[in-house]
Design a protein around this ligand. Sequence first.
Ligand SMILES: O=C(O)CCC(=O)C(=O)O
Length: 276
Amino acid sequence: MPKHLTAEQVEHFHTRGYAFPFRAFDAGRAADYRGRIEAYEAAMGHDANRTLKIKGHLAFPWLVDIARTPAILDAVEDLIGPDILLFGASIFAKDARDPRYVSWHQDSAYFGLTPHREVTAWVALSEASSLHGCLRVSPGTHRGPALRHVETFAKDNMLAKGQTLTEIDEATAVEMPLSAGQFSLHHEQTAHSSLPNRSHERRVGFAFFYIPTEVRMATGRGKATLVRGVDRFGHWDADALPRHDLDPLSMQQLGQSWGAYKDGEIRQASDMEPVE
Ligand SMILES: O=C(O)CCC(=O)C(=O)O
């Protein structure tokens, strides 16, 4: 018996690679979290997209709390079982009338996980409608092969390498509009993207990356946080969780992970030898 999704929604996720919308918390709480992100941006003098990436949750204890929201974990448990690790989180914030977009991509290309069982919960901290440039998916792509991405580094592309799948048929795209406090779920191999924000409001979302404890890094050990159940596999070392806002130890790990991802030698899966 699923905890949060219906049996039909579980089936839909497994066959189509996504499911939505679900409620994490109310709009008031979403606005509070968004306000905290914007206070951080004001204090730092830069857009959170520049820093709260890959291990973005390590910046603030309340971001780890969002990742532990019972409704989100119940939904994720329905898809990957009761022993759950959080291995990352990234903000995706688009300003009002913002030309920035996210090109079609598979998260699995750079996550470096094996087997491919990761599930992303994209949590809306503001309205994220079609006009705001909500997340879109290409159904069923999670059942296909690891696709080859072209690294474009295009100016308005929000992805670190502008990585792009060139063969996704736009006509297949399904939009996943959400209101503040709702979340969607997608499989790491589901091709997804988003268009520019054509609205006069900012669109803020946080993507949280969850894996069952049996999943490991294809190359060496990684760091993650057990957010539910028991880890009987021990493939991961513990993240340096923030003891307080902007804890220097946590920020060091965050900076290293984001730097390795965006500037380092991380190669896409389709370029590497299979390890399974
Ligand atoms: O928020 C977006 O526009 C893109 C999000 C995304 O690529 C992801 O959640 O993996």
